[in-house]
Ligand binder design. Structure first.
Ligand code: GDP
Length: 342
């Protein structure tokens, strides 16, 4: 069935560019808007750079691109290593390209700064998709914190939208807080599960199921009966949770990424979600909240870093910390004194 391209959703606040861009940066903006891959990759590299002058240039370029963002369907995909994420993303990506859509795949992998290389969004894991001209695959940026990785991925997502990608898939591993970060930057967060009984309970314990908008039991081809059992168990578990949206009941699908069985149904469900939440205005409001939360996260982290690098704070902090530990100064008095330097 032919798929309509998602209607552009504009929820990002556009700030007019104060200073004009220099010729090199204007060329990047023009190249991204003309959907050229080289300027796209160069712009992303610029946003990922830790150099202060690059950061300033990247912000200007992003501001110029911002009015052209918001048009993609942003899909988060999570699941433990081995669940079949890359097999699934490749099958889904190729399915979408067949429908005439352009697909970008990004990754949030906080371990990449430790290992030096990304285990997610790796081109060698999605060989067919990475060779397709309608696809763009970008591995996780490396940064020292999850916050840093998430921020850069959010910016990359905007750059990809300005470059006209219709669907942006953000992949993450099913461990830790990276899932919350990805749920916070996508329209729909999909959790891939294995068809065994233990897994769903684990997901509930970690609170992951609360943030999932769609649950997929992959590898259903291995033992279809077990997949159906897992499906009903997860459905029962979901009944016990408070629904996150009044307009959406979280579906549980069974799928075989390897056999490409269920991929069409998956995307139909994503489109149903989009329709339901667009009609109610919830999707636009979700994006507004995500943008504001991003702003506050940036403010918090910038304040923290300015605080820690303040000369007087640096000078007094060790002594005051010791005094707090020794019970000589109350934590609140020490905090007030240090914050007073800001
Ligand atoms: P990831 O670590 O979550 O990205 O998982 P991969 O996509 O690399 O898949 C891990 C292994 O599971 C690979 O050997 C895949 O071929 C296999 N696999 C993925 N999806 C399926 C499926 O639907 N059925 C079966 N039988 N194997 C699958």
């Amino acid at each position: 069935m032919p798929m309509n391209k998602p209607e552009p959703l504009s929820a990002t606040v556009s700030v007019p560019v104060v200073e004009p861009l220099d010729a090199a940066d204007q060329a990047l903006v023009d190249g991204v808007l003309a959907r050229q891959l080289r300027p796209l990759a160069k712009t992303i590299t610029l946003t990922e750079s830790l150099r202060e002058d690059h950061k300033a240039r990247a912000q200007k370029v992003l501001e110029a691109l911002l009015p052209h963002t918001g048009g993609a369907m942003r899909v988060g995909i999570s699941g433990v290593p081995g669940v079949g994420k890359s097999t699934f993303i490749e099958a889904l990506g190729l399915h979408l390209i067949e429908q005439g859509l352009r697909v970008a795949v990004l990754a949030v992998d906080p371990s990449s700064s430790v290992t030096g290389g990304s285990i997610l969004g790796d081109k060698t894991r999605m060989e067919l998709l990475s060779q397709n001209p309608a696809a763009f695959i970008r591995p996780s940026p490396s940064a020292c914190s999850l916050g840093g990785v998430a921020e850069k991925t959010r910016e990359t997502l905007l750059v990809c939208e300005a470059a006209g990608f219709d669907v942006i898939i953000v992949e993450t591993v099913g461990v830790g807080q990276s899932e919350t970060a990805v749920a916070g930057m996508t329209d729909i967060f999909c959790l891939l599960q294995l068809p065994n009984a233990g897994d769903d309970l684990q997901a509930i314990k970690k609170g992951i199921m609360e943030i999932a908008d769609l649950i997929v039991i992959n590898k259903a081809d291995i033992d279809p009966a077990a997949a159906m059992r897992a499906k009903s168990q997860i459905k029962t578990a979901l009944h016990m949770l408070r629904p996150a949206s009044p307009n959406w009941t979280v579906p549980v699908l069974t799928l075989s990424a390897l056999k490409k069985d269920g991929v069409t149904e998956f995307w139909d469900t994503v489109m149903d979600y989009r329709k339901a939440l667009t009609a109610s205005g919830e999707l636009a409001s979700k994006r507004r909240h995500q943008a504001l939360a991003w702003m506050w996260e940036m403010i918090d982290s910038e304040l923290r870093s300015r605080f820690r690098s303040h000369p007087q704070v640096k000078q007094e902090l060790p002594g005051l910390a010791q005094a707090v530990e020794a019970g000589e100064v109350t934590p609140s008095a020490a905090a007030r004194r240090l914050l007073g330097h800001l």
